[in-house]
Design a binder for this molecule. Structure first.
Ligand code: ATP
Length: 255
């Protein structure tokens, strides 16, 4: 079942268009990755999906709702949470307080919020161990876990994760991306933007490669990981090769 769909999206800043007609969807249980070099337009798409910028043209639908014209907080209310690049936890508040803030808009009983916070501690046990520590004293990886955990308090149907592994060690990146894959299986579909293409392809059910605001390649994570063009253009230089699998890739070059 399709949860999120973007069709013919044209996006930009002021009058300058930087995303030129992008179409993709996200189905229940899936991780879909948007990949590509700096400036390709990935973050701009995340901003549009979460209501931070309005499309110049095209549509974005979340379930049965057309997101056109909705404010970011209304989109949160419909079940989509965005974890922007750069973590942005409240450094002078404790881990537990940060998580409570995640549920601030829900008007739930404190007991309900507490049980959701416990779910986050189940997902990221280190956060439970650091519940009373100031978020600003956490490591980069722990702060990223907290940012993800805070978004999960409202039990979103879609989690939009922008560069969750940026600046983190391979081990912590792996932990965060594996958790994202688990979340997808458990009912929170994940739209993922990653600069670590190899790691993203390992967990993505499907992925799109963007260049200069257009999708130039699409396929399953396994197909793209095995594609020689992806290997030559984007993966050489990135760590740890994965076993190759031959599969066709939907090429959209020439758009
Ligand atoms: P990166 O990994 O570098 O963030 P990206 O694929 O996410 O790359 P975007 O950040 O979406 O790319 O940028 C796409 C284009 O939009 C770039 O040309 C960028 O300079 C431009 N851009 C991004 N943010 C703004 C902004 N706030 N105002 C004006 N132009 C912007």
């Amino acid at each position: 079942m399709t949860i999120l769909s973007a069709e013919g999206l044209h996006l930009g800043y002021n009058d300058l268009e930087v995303v030129h007609g992008v179409t993709f969807d996200l189905r229940q249980g899936e991780v879909v990755a948007l990949l590509g070099p700096n400036g390709a337009g990935k973050t701009t798409i995340m901003r549009a999906v979460s209501g931070l910028i309005r499309p110049m043209r095209g549509s974005i639908r979340l379930g049965t709702h057309d997101l056109a014209g909705l404010a970011a907080h209304q989109i949160v209310g419909l079940g989509l949470r965005h974890v922007p690049e750069g973590r942005r936890v409240f450094g002078s508040m404790s881990v537990a307080e940060n998580l409570r803030l995640g549920g601030y808009s829900m008007r739930k009983r404190p007991a309900e919020i507490r049980s959701r916070i416990d779910e986050v501690y189940g997902l990221f046990p280190i956060l439970g161990q650091r519940a009373h520590q100031l978020a600003g004293t956490l490591s980069g990886g722990e702060q990223q876990m907290l940012a993800v955990g805070r978004a999960l308090i409202t039990r979103p149907t879609v989690l939009a994760l922008d560069e969750p592994s940026l600046g983190l060690s391979p081990r912590i990146s792996h932990e965060i991306l594996s958790t994202a894959a688990r979340l997808a299986r458990d009912g929170t579909a994940v739209l993922l933007v990653e600069q670590n293409i190899r790691a993203a392809l390992r967990i993505a059910d499907r992925a799109h490669v963007l260049e200069l605001g257009r999708i130039v390649l699409s396929g399953t994570g396994a197909q793209l990981a095995a594609d020689p063009q992806v290997e030559a253009t984007y993966l050489s230089g990135q760590a740890a090769p994965t076993p190759g699998r031959d599969a066709p890739v939907d090429r959209k070059a020439g758009h």
